[in-house]
Design a protein around this ligand. Sequence first.
Ligand code: AMP
Ligand code: ZN
Length: 113
Amino acid sequence: MDCIFCQIVDGKIPSEIIYQDEEAIAFPDIQPQAPVHLLIVPKRHIPSVAHLAEAASALVGHLVNIANQLAENEGISESGYRLAINCGKEGGQAVPHLHLHLLGGRELSGKLG
Ligand code: AMP
Ligand code: ZN
């Protein structure tokens, strides 16, 4: 498996894991686009949000709960932040392993598309 995020989950690629539970991990984005830019990633290899079956849809809620907690830890829960999931080529997804971006720490661009 040459998936970058699976390799981070397995500890084969080093990363600064800032959160971890049975289902998910979180670490800083290697090319941060804001002062706070974290990735929240399920441990299971799910290629994209489009591949989430109904049975696994609760997982996204779990990822959002983690993101909210990390935003609190980073001190940006009051100032505001953005959660983003890119899906597929035209959705700007570069890494084909489901992940949630947490961005904040400055006024973000209003552009979403
Ligand atoms: P996306 O375009 O939504 O697929 O986002 C993929 C993100 O993963 C990008 O923001 C990359 O900077 C980030 N990324 C790629 N490789 C790594 C890595 N080894 N560690 C941390 N972040 C990474
Ligand atoms: Zn993977």
